[in-house]
Ligand binder design. Structure first.
Ligand code: AHM
Ligand code: MG
Length: 330
């Protein structure tokens, strides 16, 4: 089943309306264009730094900028969006009035190219997106986007790896599509993705260990003790440093992904961004039967205070996320 047919059926079943179908279709189209740019690599002249910085003070790669432009251009004229916000832009951008329906219902948020440190070394990167309802009126403001993750009407990511895959939820399960490059369309390859409840695999950047809070030190310390420790099993570790790739592995075979608080990012509240990374991934993971948390509360219940807010992240196999939460609570 193609993504086009999947979305039409979702509309017929009343899960989405025509505007949301258009929005997801346009995002998927933009992801195909990004996939082509990423796939060209050195031949496309797209590797390396752009020589600019984003609002987070991070150096932008050429592909960060290109991907942001592709998503902005593709979504600017459909009429279905009131505005967009991106990890790479300081503030939300309204869709110009002449390109927008008077009753435009949706807001689109995205991290155009997540895992940018992996671009130049030919390791998987991805696009993460989230759709929120627009309830404002008048001039679009950043505040219109400050809704908890539970308000999301759709979320997904596209991973640019050995194959390009789109993983999507509209609140009725999580579904994975693979890009058929010859035909140019996404094909449903795993309906109703389900994350195993238990796992023996964790994903964390261990080089930050000495900067973690004591609770996190204890949690991972116990994982490393293996069979003879309190967790009574041996754990394996994986860390791609592309959230999309790490989460994709967890959606496929289970595991726990974590980017906890550490001394280096404590003043910012964490490393990963709530609106562009944590919330869309949390919805996908919950819809696949997993759990997502800040370590202290359900991720989707966090009320954002600003567009670029950062949070600690724990997500994946339900029982393991609960175990990590227990260490943080105790
Ligand atoms: P980015 O959006 O600038 O690419 O940063 C987010 C990325 C995530 O994809 C990944 O999980 C994390 O940063 C890796 O961080 P680190 O390099 O500290 O391991
Ligand atoms: Mg990112």
């Amino acid at each position: 089943m193609s993504l086009t047919r999947f979305l039409l059926e979702a509309q017929h079943q009343g899960q989405i309306d025509a505007e949301l179908r258009l929005c997801i279709t346009v995002v998927a189209q933009a992801c195909k264009a990004i996939s082509i740019a990423v796939g060209k690599g050195a031949l496309g002249g797209v590797l390396g730094d752009a020589g600019t910085g984003n609002i987070q003070g991070e150096a932008q790669k050429k592909l960060d900028v290109i991907s942001n432009e592709i998503l902005m251009d593709a979504n600017a004229w459909g009429g279905h969006l009131a505005g967009m916000a991106s990890e790479e832009m300081d503030h939300a951008v309204p869709v110009p009035k002449h390109d927008r329906d008077d009753d435009a219902k949706y807001l689109l948020l995205f991290d155009p190219l997540d895992g940018s440190s992996n671009i130049d070394v030919n390791i998987s990167v991805g696009t993460i997106f989230s759709v929120l309802p627009y309830q404002g009126s008048g001039e679009l403001r950043d505040e219109d986007f400050l809704q908890p993750g539970t308000a999301q009407v759709a979320a997904g990511y596209c991973t640019y790896g050995p194959s390009t895959m789109l993983v999507l939820t509209v609140g009725h399960g999580t579904h994975a599509f693979t890009l058929d490059r010859e035909v140019g369309s996404f094909v449903l390859t795993t309906p109703n993705v389900t994350i195993p409840e238990d796992t023996r695999e964790f994903a964390v950047n261990m080089s930050n260990q000495r900067f973690w809070e004591p609770q996190m030190q204890n949690y991972v310390g116990d994982l490393l003790k293996g069979k003879t420790g309190p967790r009574e099993k041996d754990f394996n570790m994986r860390w791609v440093a592309s959230m999309v790739a790490d989460v994709h592995r967890i959606l496929t075979r289970g595991g726990i992904f974590s980017y906890p608080l550490d001394e280096k990012c404590a003043d910012k509240g964490g490393k990963l961004r709530l609106m562009y990374e944590a919330n869309p991934m949390a919805l996908l993971v919950e819809q696949a039967g997993g759990a997502a948390s800040t370590g202290r509360q359900r991720m989707l219940d966090v009320t954002p205070a600003n567009l670029h807010q950062r949070v600690p992240v724990f997500l994946g196999s339900r029982n393991e996320v609960e175990a990590a939460e227990k260490y943080h609570r105790d």
